[in-house]
Design a protein around this ligand. Structure first.
Ligand code: WTA
Length: 657
């Protein structure tokens, strides 16, 4: 972000106080801050006891004797799935709808807590029958259908560990994640609906598991469990593959939820880092569920008896884990689960869903809001959105214009908006307004949640003071913090803890500013991680994919600001002479865009691929991405004096035009 953009942001001084009516009925209140400030650990212990059922109550709260490896509630035992399912049924709420599922083509299924509990027990029995046990890893590669939620909960129920892989990822990406986690089982579907047609999934699993002729690690996957959804033709490996509809209904619906230690691993979720290889972020059970349930309750102001909640995130991302599966179900909420894309079969699809189900709380990403802004207000205005009473935003900074549009057009000029900052690594929300309590500011995520300690510091770890910018850090451990990177404790320390080792701060990788009130404004990543439509992508990962193509000699990737997607992937590629002789630059650019899409997944496909003769490098050979970003964003190129060859930028600029 440029300094003029930042100034523009900080001159934003519209303020929105909560209405008296909202404040009167809100779950959150200002006392939460006072209680947490008085006794932070006691505060979290209270939340853990109040919001969850413990088979064995804990006596220890935080163990931070071996930083950065934290333990929360370590001597307590619980069952995560029991907390999300059985206990609601036992409390007499079995008939409450858990999932209001809407398929992209328009089918509808209502799944009650009793039905979901029954299904999860059967799936748990199937998994155990296949030899899946405590700590075994299960990869889940599924569309947004109720079975996907059931699969996650069944894995949790038996103390195994899920690794959900976004259905838009390629077979190669799936392969890498299966190998890294050593998954024993893959749960998938034949396909799911996206953009009006069936997008196949099982074929990608087959490709990922195809015989590798002895190269690569040994195959760990023993079985593939397949839900029929798309009806597309699929190949079948006898002995390995099982249809869900053959084995799940036939399994017993009796299944006792055993108690597992609070620190039992719950899931691994892969996310992009600054280097090429995605990191498997590890989360455990008790602390994670406590913070997911607490934040979902107070920030989304969930009243389970009356609200209809809808988080639009896919379960392939952390937002889908914490605010589709675990938070809302732990709270006994009723939620919409929508399978498809926002504009299929028409651009008002989301608003139709809001009207149809009477959605009261909507949680989505700025990129979606900006694309609706582009289509124009006439589309949402065709639908009755009056049921909405609270709106949330997550995934990237929301610009004040989009914030105000969201409130005016979607929130009929009345609803509070909570802009929630957090990460795959933090597991749950960390910075956000509390609806009914905080006077909101468009564009600012504002204040740490009760029980969370953050700061904005300079490179030495010193607090920057109000009115200044720096790096966002988390200064105290929190219950849903990542417990590590799967199989790589060194990388865990290096990535998050080494930078401010002396102070023991967690380094988030985001830049931030404090305004005169001390409110936090997020300014985007300070490392080589891009944020495209709220999805994290690493420049190095895409560069590796580009150079893996036989035509590429060298490649550099930058994230350029983009009106709709926040950032867009822009690649600068040097092509081998033999390929340049035979192909047009336009053809090569097309080929490489498609190639990256196949290698990683469509979300990583570059918006632009520029074929250039050289890349700007320092004398030590480091690519100066800052200069390429200037070109990609159409700006005058900045200071080139540290380049080995200062003329190279004018050549590149000319080639890009
Ligand atoms: C960015 C998504 C500004 C940030 C939950 C962070 C945000 C990264 C916000 C994590 C927000 C997320 N305002 N930036 N409200 N929320 N980010 O792991 O750069 O997919 O580091 O988790 O998204 O992305 P992740």
């Amino acid at each position: 972000m440029t300094s003029s953009q930042i100034d523009h942001l900080l001159n934003e001084n519209r303020r929105f106080a909560p209405s008296a009516e909202f404040a009167d009925n809100a779950i959150a209140n200002a006392d939460l801050y006072a209680r947490a400030a008085e006794d932070r650990e006691g505060f979290w212990a209270d939340q853990a006891r109040d919001l969850l059922h413990w088979h064995t109550p804990f006596t220890q709260v935080l163990n931070w004797t071996n930083p950065p490896f934290a333990e929360w509630f370590a001597d307590g035992e619980l069952n995560v799935a029991y907390n999300c399912l059985d206990r609601h049924v036992e409390a007499g709420n079995g008939d409450r709808v858990a999932l209001l599922w809407e398929g992209e083509p328009g089918e509808e299924r209502r799944v009650t807590y009793a039905e979901l509990t029954d299904e999860v027990k059967r799936v748990a029995n199937v998994l155990e029958g296949l030899g899946v046990g405590v700590n075994d890893r299960v990869a889940i590669y599924m569309p947004m259908i109720p079975e996907a939620i059931a699969a996650m909960l069944a894995v949790a129920r038996i103390g195994a560990v899920h690794s959900v892989v976004f259905g838009g990822f390629s077979a190669d990406s799936l392969r890498a994640r299966i190998d890294d986690a050593g998954a024993k089982l893959v749960i998938t579907a034949d396909g799911g609906y996206r953009k009006g047609k069936v997008s196949p999934l099982k074929p990608a699993v087959d490709m990922a598991l195809a015989d590798r002729n002895g190269s690569g690690p040994q195959e760990t996957v023993e079985n593939v469990l397949v839900v029929r959804r798309g009806g597309n033709d699929v190949d079948w490996v006898e002995g390995r593959d099982l249809w869900w509809h053959d084995v799940v209904p036939a399994a017993s619906a009796e299944h006792e939820a055993s108690a597992f230690p609070a620190e039992n691993p719950l899931f691994i979720l892969y996310t992009s880092g600054t280097t090429g290889k995605p990191k498997g972020i590890l989360h455990t059970s008790g602390g994670y569920l406590t913070q997911a349930a607490f934040t979902n309750r107070v920030v989304h102001d969930i009243h389970p008896e009356t609200d209809v909640y809808w988080c639009t995130a896919d379960i392939g991302w952390i937002t889908g884990h914490s605010y589709v599966t675990y938070g809302p179900l732990a709270n006994g909420a009723t939620q919409v689960l929508y399978e498809g894309t926002p504009d299929t079969p028409h651009p008002g699809r989301w608003w139709e869903v809001v009207e149809k189900y009477g959605v009261t709380i909507l949680y989505t990403a700025p990129t979606a809001i900006r694309s609706f802004m582009k289509i124009g207000r006439a589309v949402p205005q065709k639908f009755d959105l009056s049921s909405l009473r609270l709106l949330g935003s997550v995934g990237e900074p929301i610009n004040p214009e989009a914030w105000v549009w969201y409130r005016e057009i979607i929130g009929h000029g009345e609803t509070p908006i909570v802009d929630t900052w957090w990460q795959t690594e933090t597991g749950a929300m960390m910075i956000s307004a509390l609806p009914g309590v905080t006077e909101t500011k468009p564009g600012s995520a504002q204040v740490p949640l009760p029980g969370i300690s953050i700061d904005v510091v300079d490179d030495d770890g010193t607090h920057v003071g109000n009115g200044n910018g720096g790096l966002l850090v988390i200064t105290e451990p929190w219950p849903s913090m990542l417990r590590g990177i799967w199989g790589d404790p060194e990388r865990f320390k290096e990535t998050y803890w080494d930078k401010f080792h002396d102070k023991g701060y967690y380094f988030a990788g985001d830049g931030a500013r404090l305004d005169d009130d001390g409110d936090v404004w997020l300014l985007g990543r300070v490392d080589d991680v891009m944020n495209v439509s709220g999805h994290r992508l690493s420049t190095t990962e895409i560069e590796s994919a580009l150079v893996a193509h036989e035509a590429t000699a060298e490649a550099a990737v930058v994230g350029a600001s983009d009106e709709t997607t926040g950032q867009a992937v822009v690649a600068f590629v040097i092509i081998k002479q033999s390929y340049l002789d035979k192909n047009s630059p336009e053809g090569l650019a097309q080929t490489l865009r498609a190639w990256v899409g196949e290698q990683i997944g469509p979300i990583a496909r570059p918006r632009d691929v520029y074929i250039v003769g050289e890349l700007p490098k320092t004398r030590s050979g480091k690519i100066m991405r800052r200069l390429l970003r200037d070109v990609a964003e159409g700006r005058e190129v900045g200071d080139t004096t540290t380049l080995a060859d200062t003329a190279v930028m004018s050549v590149i600029s000319a080639q890009v035009k």
